[in-house]
Structures are given as C-alpha cells and as structure tokens.
Design a protein around this ligand. Structure first.
Ligand code: ADP
Ligand code: ZN
Ligand code: ZN
Length: 743
C-alpha cells in the first residue's frame, strides 16, 4: 500500500509562495511520476473554503511539521493538464513577470478548468432527418420548418449551429412531432482527418514578388525557429501572406495559431480565413461562453482544431502539433495585459515558438519600436511589403495649420471644403477624433472652475445626449450641475470637442450626407459594430466619425478622405511612447484611405505644423519616422535600448504608498550593492504616477532600468521575498510591471 505523499501546490492567490499538502494514500495510483502538473482541490484559508490548485513538486520534506499539513481533497486529472512545453513556459513567465505561478497557471486555462471541471468534452444535442426522402409537400406552408428540414438533409447538425442559423426550438419540436426529425446526443467530433484532406477551397491571387518572397522565406524553413517581422504598408497584402504560409503549414498536417488584437473588430479578416480553408477553424475570444471556451481549448490540445484565431490569451492554447504562430498588428497595445499577470502576448509567443522550434511571423504596417529594432539588428528576419497590389496607390498627405482659423467644432474651413469635394464625388470621408463624449470639460465662464472628478486627478467628460458628466478614468458619473461649485454662476459651458459634439455639427454642415459615429459609447451592444460596418459598406453612411476603433484593419473601398481632427496632445506628452503611438495611429488611420481603385487623401490638422515629428511622418512615412525616432531613443537610453520594470503602489493615504516604495528602493539598492551591479542598474523614484489620484487612491511608482534584461529579472526575483515580508506592504496595493508600456 502506498504511503501518503507531500505535494507542493500552486494556488491562484496573490502570494509569491506555494503550499505543501499531503496526498492521501487512497488518491495515489501507480503512475506517480505524472503527478506534477495535475490539478487538485485543496482546503485553503479559514473554514471549509476549497481551491483548485496545481501540483508543482513532490518535496521530500516540508518546512512545516507533517502532522500540520492538510490533506488534498481530490486529484482531478489522470495526467498533467498541459503539455510539458507549455507548463515549462508558464514557469518561465511566472519568473520573468514576477507573478505567482498558481495564478499564471489559472489564467492560462479555460474558466471551467479553473473551477475544477474535467478536461473532457460534454456530449451535445444533435438533430437528424429520420428519412431524407420524406415528402415535404405537407410543410409547404411552414416555411421555417421546411428550411430547417432542408438544412438537416445535408448533414446532422448540433442544436447550437441550428440556432445560429435561425432555427428555433419550436420549429425543431414541430418537425419532431411530425416525425421528420429526431435528436440524439453525441460528443463533438475530434477527428484529425482535416490534416489529410484537400484544404484550400478558394483560389489564391497571384502573389506580388515581395509577397512571394515573404511566403517562401518562412515556408522554406518550417520546423525551425525563426522570428520574422513582416513590415508591410497598410493594404499591401499582409493577410494574403499569412494565408499562404498557413496553406503550407496545414498541408504538413500541422496546426496554426493566429493572434489578433480584437476579434470583434476584424470580422472581415476572419471571413477570409474561413473562405480560404476547408478545415476546422476555432475563434478564441472573450465573448465565448465557458463551455465554448473549454471546447475550443480541447480541440486545440487534441489536434481537431486546425487553426485557432484568437486574442491575447490565445497564446496559452495548448496544441497537439503547432506549426506556426502569426501575430497580426504586432504593435497593438492590447497584447500587453494591464493588470494582475502583466504579460506581453508578443514576447510570450516568441518564447513559445522558440521552445517548439517553429517559425513565428509578426506583422504590422507600423511595427513596435522593439520589434523594428530587433529586425534592424538582425535578430529577426526582416520582410517588407512596400507597395499595394493592383491599382491601389498610397494616399497623398497634407497638414493644415490651424493657427488663426475659425473652427467649427474643431473643423477648419479648408477641411470642410475638402469634405464637400470628396462627398460630391459620392465618396466616403473618415474623421478621426480620439475623444468620446460631447466635450472633454465643463467650465464656469465666470470664474474658470472646471468640473473635476472627485476621485481622480481628471476632468469629467460632458455627455450631452445622456445629460451627465462621466469620468473616463474611474467610470464615475455625476449629474450635470446647474451652477458653478465655486462662484454659483449658472454660466457653465463645455470647452473642447468630443465625438458626440462633432457628430452634431456634421449633421448641421452636411444634412444630405448621413454621418455615423463609431466609439465605445454606441457600440457596446453585441453586433452593433458589425451592423455599422455593413451599413458603411452598403453606402448608407457617407461620413464616418470615430475614435481609435475605426483605425483598425478595416477595408472601406469608398473612403477617399481621412482627416485627423486633433492630435496635438500627443506631441507634448511626458510619456516617451506617445510619439510612437501617434506615428502608428496616423499611419493606420491614413491606411483607411484609397484602398481600392480610388486615390486617397489624408489630412492632419494641427497648431504645430513645424513639429519635426509631424513633418517626418507626413512627408516620409512611418518607416523613416520610426527609424529616426529610434535614434532618439538610443541617445536617451530608453527602451528598446534598455529594459524597465515598474513597481506601483497605491493607497488611500499618499504617504503610505510613497513610503513603501522608498523601502523597496532601499532593498533594491542593497541587493545591487551586494551583487556589485549598482553601476549597471538605475533605480528612479518613487515619483507620483502621471495621474496621481485615481478612483480615490494615491498612486506612486518606482522605476528599475538596466541595459541588461537579466539584471532586472534577477534583482526583482531576489527582492520579491523581501517585499512580501514588509509590513508596510500590507497597507498598500502594490504590483510589479515588467516591460511596462504605460506609465
Ligand atoms: P493588409 O493585410 O496588408 O492590410 P490585405 O492582405 O488585406 O492587406 O490586402 C489588401 C487588399 O489587396 C485585399 O483586398 C486583398 O484581397 C488584395 N490583395 C492582396 N494581395 C493581392 C495580390 N497578390 N493580388 C491581388 N490582390 C491582392
Ligand atoms: Zn464659477
Ligand atoms: Zn474619476
């Protein structure tokens, strides 16, 4: 009879330590060697609270007396939940991002598995025809039933699919009563036959020389790690390159992972994948319910998914036989998770590819400076697409100097005239303004008082149609005051322009050209964004007004004029990444113009037309701009020429937050001294965060910087144990952000 075992268990708790438990003899089976990586249910904390954890080790002895150790309640998996390679990589991520392994592990798996559900498929309700030849004449008046029957004549279908195609439960029940169809339960198919069948169903356009070169660079060296940066101007056919690489990988019977910033925003791209390949494609995104999440995950792990297209967290999918990773719009900030486990999906994906020894392709019209630098230094293989296929030509760029011009909700007379010209030719126009709401501030015109959020160092945004003030930083709302808080005057007016106000003005200026506004305020509802896209493409709207959402990857063939209404804020920001983001935004927005046969025009309004950054962007484009901006970064020793980590602390009491970080700094300096690396590491701060007060809390930060990445990792790893023990740390909320992108 086996003896009980000590197991080290990682739990999803915010503590940088793991816990020892006893595995009772009756739970131990023969195959002990595979205990590591299996999930368990354990008692944790007071009372009878149960937690799902993962076994990470089988220590011989524990720091605690054996008789004090609690027993594991249940052992959940028959084998390690994840492949060994993924498990190892999560361990690396836990160390690199200074985040507890238990939580890393939990964030990497589907919600149902986090809750302790088995990693198996549930059977599904399928429907089939009882007799396909059955006379359908009696159904001729029941159109819905007839349509449902016709669908099922072709193949048996799960209820979910029928529902998606508009077949209701009532329709199915009626058909069942009339003995046309019946239901049965079946497990989802996990067969791997896709790997052996003809996969490409749509003809591929003739590739340009540059495209063909990019494709063969990758496909010549499958089963070999290399990171490729595909730098291709907007509309140059990057997606076509991805599709051709996938084709080669699928033909080898290997799976593919495609990571995109936001699935809801790229339905057109997804449709292209589905139209091209007759293989099982699964989408992984936050709108899936828990069951769908689990199924998608299982299909990837068991190999019955050929392609997974997903957002950030899709990089944690486990694959049976992954052949390539493609990361589209690799510069996108959404690839960095901004809370708890602050990983960067791009960096994790590159590690993953390296470990699996497969190629990874990063694609963008506006590469992140990190990636670009790696490509220029020869660490990545640099592929370029420099022109658009067919007749599509790059747009013409212009700056409009706003100084001294009479503006209508931010629009200059020149821009209004240009809009008239483009609209008169029955083309569409995009106006870009990255500010939601009616106006960014409400101001008292007697004394200058500004309506400020009581919980943040930020002004309320005025939303006119809903008639309230809204803080975009803590989501507080407030009724619109009748009077000034300071002087009591009723002369309150909004200043500045948001999308809501611009929309109102556009309707007055262009009553015959319908305007649509696309921002987070009016696309919250499911499908509303998609419906807008359809209405835009059908020509229902002529003027498209929007925030950043409009900049992402869409193809609007009739748009010939794109205008950036106001970007000056980014020119004078104290965030060193602001200029990089402006360059990306300008280029991406500009990329919406003239994507088809028609030549496009891009206009940027500014009070600072002489600014060298704008000049470089507008006259020479992102490629030149980014290379000279990189030189500036090098001179300033900023990333990517150094590596950073931030320790953030927040508390209701400012002194507590600041003091904790001062102690952290002492600890770090001590460690640096002991290891004789003080010269090579910079510890700056603590300083207040750029918004010092947010949602009622005071926020401070400490910056650690070095030219050697491994120094930052090692210092923090050593320091963490000390931070955890500091009593001052219990009074504040603190966190570590490795490779931060937001300050
Ligand atoms: P990107 O992903 O770089 O924005 P896409 O792959 O979407 O570019 O291509 C832009 C447009 O050009 C699409 O309509 C696409 O079908 C078309 N296209 C891409 N490659 C070719 C080609 N080799 N020949 C003809 N049309 C192409
Ligand atoms: Zn006042
Ligand atoms: Zn607020």
């Amino acid at each position: 009879m086996a003896k009980e075992l000590i197991c080290r268990v990682a739990l999803a708790v915010p503590l940088h330590k793991q816990f020892d438990y006893l595995l009772p003899a009756h739970l131990i089976s023969e195959n002990q060697h595979s205990l590591i990586g299996r999930r368990v249910i354990v008692p944790f904390g007071g009372g009878y609270r149960k937690q799902v954890g993962v076994i990470t080790g089988l220590p011989e002895t524990s720091d605690y007396a054996i008789d004090k150790l609690k027993a594991i309640n249940d052992l959940l998996d028959h084998q390690p939940l994840l492949s060994d390679s993924l498990y190892q990589l999560l361990n690396w991520a836990s160390v690199y991002y200074q985040h507890p392994f238990g939580d890393v592990f939990q964030q990497a798996i589907p919600t149902l598995l986090r809750k302790g559900k088995p990693a198996t498929f549930n059977s599904k309700e399928y429907w089939q025809c009882i007799d396909k030849q059955m006379d359908t004449a009696p159904l001729s008046r029941a159109k819905k039933q007839l349509a449902a029957f016709d669908l099922l004549v072709k193949q048996d279908l799960p209820y979910e699919t029928l529902k998606q195609r508009g077949v209701s439960r009532t329709t199915l029940n009626s058909l069942q009563e009339k003995h046309y169809i019946r239901s049965y339960q079946q497990l989802p198919s996990t067969n791997l036959t896709w790997a052996e069948t003809t996969q490409t169903i749509e003809e591929t356009p003739q590739l340009s020389t540059e495209q063909a070169l990019a494709v063969t660079s990758v496909t010549q060296q499958l089963n070999h790690f290399k990171c490729y940066l595909l730098e291709g101007i907007t509309g140059s056919g990057k997606t076509e390159v991805y599709l051709n690489i996938l084709k080669a990988v699928l033909a080898e019977g290997q799976q593919a992972l495609v990571v995109v910033p936001e699935i809801g925003l790229t339905p057109q791209t997804i449709k292209r994948f589905q139209a091209r390949f007759d293989v099982p494609i699964y989408l992984k995104h936050s709108a899936l319910n828990e069951q769908q999440q689990l199924e998608t995950w299982l299909h990837a792990q068991q190999g019955s998914a050929a392609i997974i297209i997903g957002t950030r967290s899709a990089i944690f999918s486990d694959f049976k036989n992954l052949g390539v990773i493609i990361l589209d719009e690799e510069h996108d900030a959404s690839f960095k998770q901004q809370d708890s486990f602050r990983y960067h999906a791009r960096d994790f994906a590159i590690k993953r590819a390296s470990q699996l020894n497969i190629p990874i392709l990063l694609g963008s019209a506006t590469p992140a400076f990190e990636s670009l630098n790696n490509a220029l230094m020869g660490r990545y293989h640099h592929l370029q697409l420099t022109h658009r296929p067919g007749n599509a030509r790059p747009p013409k760029n212009d700056l409009i100097n706003l100084a001294g011009l009479p503006l209508k909700s931010g629009l200059s007379p020149q821009l209004i005239t240009l809009m008239q010209q483009h609209l008169a030719k029955n083309n569409q126009v995009i106006l870009f303004l990255n500010r939601r709401g009616y106006a960014p501030v409400l101001m008292c015109h007697e004394c200058g008082w500004l309506a400020k959020c009581q919980r943040c160092d930020a002004f309320y945004t005025y939303h006119k149609s809903a008639n309230y003030l809204h803080c975009h930083h803590c989501t507080a709302t407030h009724p619109v005051p009748e009077q000034c808080h300071d002087c009591g005057s009723t002369n309150l007016n909004s200043t500045g322009v948001g999308t809501e106000q611009l929309e109102e003005t556009l309707q007055q200026l262009f009553p015959d050209h319908p305007t649509v506004r696309i921002d987070r305020d009016n696309t919250r509802k499911k499908d509303s964004f998609n419906n807008y896209l359809n209405d835009i493409n059908s020509g229902k709207y002529k003027i498209l007004l929007g925030t950043q959402m409009l900049a992402k990857g869409h193809h609007f063939p009739d748009v010939t004029l794109v205008a950036l209404v106001d970007v000056d804020g980014a020119l004078f920001s104290n965030d060193f990444r602001a200029s990089e983001r402006l360059g990306q935004l300008f280029t991406q927005v500009a990329g919406r113009a003239g994507r088809a046969e028609k030549k496009g025009q891009v206009v940027l309004q500014t009070f600072h037309p002489e600014h060298n950054l704008l000049q470089e962007l507008v006259n020479n484009g992102y490629a030149d701009f980014s290379r000279s901006a990189l030189t500036e970064r090098r001179l300033a020793q900023l990333p990517p020429f150094s590596y950073q980590a931030l320790i953030r602390a927040e508390a209701l009491n400012a002194t507590q937050a600041e003091n904790f970080l001062k102690l952290c700094k002492q600890t770090l300096n001590q460690i640096a001294d002991n290891n004789k690396v003080s010269e090579r590491i910079l510890i700056l701060g603590p300083i207040p965060a750029s918004m010092e007060r947010r949602a009622g809390k005071y926020r401070f930060q400490l910056l650690i910087q070095s030219e050697q990445r491994v120094l930052v990792t090692k210092m923090l790893n050593t320091a963490l144990a000390h931070f955890d023990k500091m009593p001052e740390g219990r009074k504040v909320r603190w966190s570590i952000d490795v490779d931060p992108i937001d300050f």
